[in-house]
Design a protein around this ligand. Structure first.
Ligand code: FE
Ligand code: CA
Length: 514
């Protein structure tokens, strides 16, 4: 589905554009000579607004015969209301900046709400594949919204066949909830290899993203819909928390800065997300008329380190609460106090029918007790931050937030849960509905583990760890319809897709119904 257009055709539709732009600043742009196609990393769009969207690409540096010059490379872009680019409604020129890995981020404005657009890029003689994108609905609109959410795509453990099917869905938006890349090589039965050691430097992270970005199924999914993106741990390193790595590496913030910059370089993000030192502002809210507001959260950058790690290490653990007093410390935070306050304010101001907390991991309590005895909790997810979870759920109840839906990933299994301020009270009111999606490829828990968890967690309505895939959500004024879409096998590049389970949430009634 790659569409190629000649340079002449592009210039015709681009109208008055010239290839020798007068640029501010002292870095004179390079007249690029490409030895191969520079657009092999694909195109993407994201962060839709009613009047605009972000367009993304990154030039493949291997394509540049004269890359050693380290100069910005002029790139033209255009947006049309038709796939053949007969009716171009916006166009311009920008630079692929070597300081940002020759990535391109264009913030298009002046578009119409709630409609499809097509876009492409050009540099010298090369024209990119065509992407399709969609603006958000007008701020006062209550029109329906269809989106999918996905997470966790370890490249070695499977093909991105779920993305190929996702690209064929009838959607307006994709929300990606973290573990877009994996820094490490792990798991069983690899179908392909990273072919490089774990990344630590910016160059190494760029290479890891480039490997993932060259996957044609992932490219399809990006080229078909706008995305909202957040990250989890593997975009940097396993189980990191704030400035602390699992290995307590003293130089960890340098590594985090490199990883954050590479994330920015490869995602359709606004300039407001540009890395600033070792930090990067990723969280924010995204409105789709009065129907839906997404709160895209960052539960990695600002969190209190995991409670009661293994001796001499950071990172997660499975602990008995009576043996880990730290776990119940009221000061512990998963979002950081600034983001918590921001979230409470946004929830308070929201006029949306559906309020969707788009975050990384499982929010519901998941007691992993063995043989029915002695509660045990995994400290990397919300179970490691019970006070913060209670604060958030209490806030949702106190503000009477309309239809709160929590979506997540990270645990590589599908779950449907009732969220409560007290999970140990079976008659505590349900405050929000949670849907946790399975991974695109990353391996999940065993059926025996899942069965055990289901038996000891009555607020979990559905759980399955065997299948890989994504979740689709169809929202209208009355209800949300949620489908768990799973592939027959992530090890088979031609695997089919089917619906594993379907749930409904009705307006004004928290809790999913089968
Ligand atoms: Fe994961
Ligand atoms: Ca994770």
């Amino acid at each position: 589905m790659t569409h190629r257009f000649s340079r002449r055709a592009f210039l015709r539709t681009a109208g008055t554009l010239v290839l020798a732009p007068a640029l501010a600043g002292n870095a004179k742009p390079l007249k690029p000579r490409f030895v191969i196609d520079p657009f092999t990393l694909g195109v993407a769009s994201g962060s839709p607004l009613p009047d605009g969207v972000v367009l993304w690409t990154r030039l493949d540096i291997r394509a540049l015969a004269n890359a050693g010059d380290s100069k910005p490379i002029p790139v033209l872009w255009e947006v049309a209301v038709d796939e053949a680019f007969r009716n171009v409604v916006s166009h311009g020129k920008t630079n692929a900046d070597p300081a940002y890995g020759y990535s391109v981020h264009v913030e298009v404005t002046g578009l119409q709400p709630d409609r499809w657009y097509w876009y492409r890029f050009m540099s010298a003689d090369a024209v990119s594949p065509v992407g399709r994108t969609r603006t958000a609905s007008a701020l006062d609109a209550l029109t329906g919204l269809r989106f999918a959410f996905a997470s966790c795509q370890q490249y070695e453990q499977g093909y991105f066949v779920a993305h190929r099917h996702l690209a064929e869905e009838d959607l307006d938006l994709v929300v990606f909830l973290g573990d877009y890349i994996y820094e490490s090589s792990w798991g069983k039965n690899h179908v392909r290899k990273h072919g490089a050691p774990e990344p630590f430097t910016l160059e190494q992270y760029r290479e890891r993203y480039a490997l993932y970005k060259r996957d044609s199924d992932l490219q399809r999914s990006h080229a078909r819909f706008p995305w909202l993106v957040t990250w989890d741990d593997h975009e940097v390193s396993n189980d990191y928390a704030n400035d602390r790595s699992q290995n307590l590496d003293p130089d960890f913030l340098q590594r985090r800065a490199a990883a954050y910059q590479a994330f920015y370089e490869h995602m359709p993000l606004r300039a407001s997300a540009k890395p600033n030192g070792s930090g990067m502002r990723l969280y924010g809210h995204h409105d789709f008329g009065r129907l839906a507001r997404f709160y895209l959260l960052d539960d990695r950058q600002y969190r209190t380190p995991q409670a009661c790690p293994q001796r001499g290490r950071g990172g997660s653990n499975v602990v008995r609460p009576e043996q880990c007093r730290e776990l119940r410390d009221e000061e512990r935070t998963l979002l950081g106090s600034e983001q918590e306050t921001w979230l409470a304010d946004q929830l308070g101001q929201s006029k949306a029918r559906w309020n969707i907390l788009a975050q990384q991991t499982l929010m519901a309590q998941l007691d992993r007790k063995k043989n029915g005895k002695g509660s045990q909790f995994w400290t990397d997810g919300w179970d490691g931050y019970p006070a913060a979870r209670r604060r958030l759920l209490t806030e949702l109840a106190r503000r009477q937030t309309r239809n709160p839906l929590v979506i997540g990933g990270d645990v590589h299994m599908s779950l449907v849960c009732d969220l409560k301020t007290d999970f140990d009270k079976p008659d505590a009111p349900v405050i929000a509905t949670e849907f946790c999606g399975t991974s695109i490829t990353s391996q999940g828990p065993t059926p025996a583990e899942v069965e055990n968890w289901l038996a000891h967690n009555p607020h979990v309505k559905f759980a399955s760890g065997e299948k890989r895939g994504y979740v689709t959500v169809e929202l209208n004024e009355q209800r949300a319809q949620v489908r768990f879409r799973t592939v027959a096998s992530e090890k088979d590049p031609d695997a089919g897709i089917s619906t594993q389970a379907t749930f409904i949430v009705e307006d004004g009634r928290p809790g999913a119904k089968a």
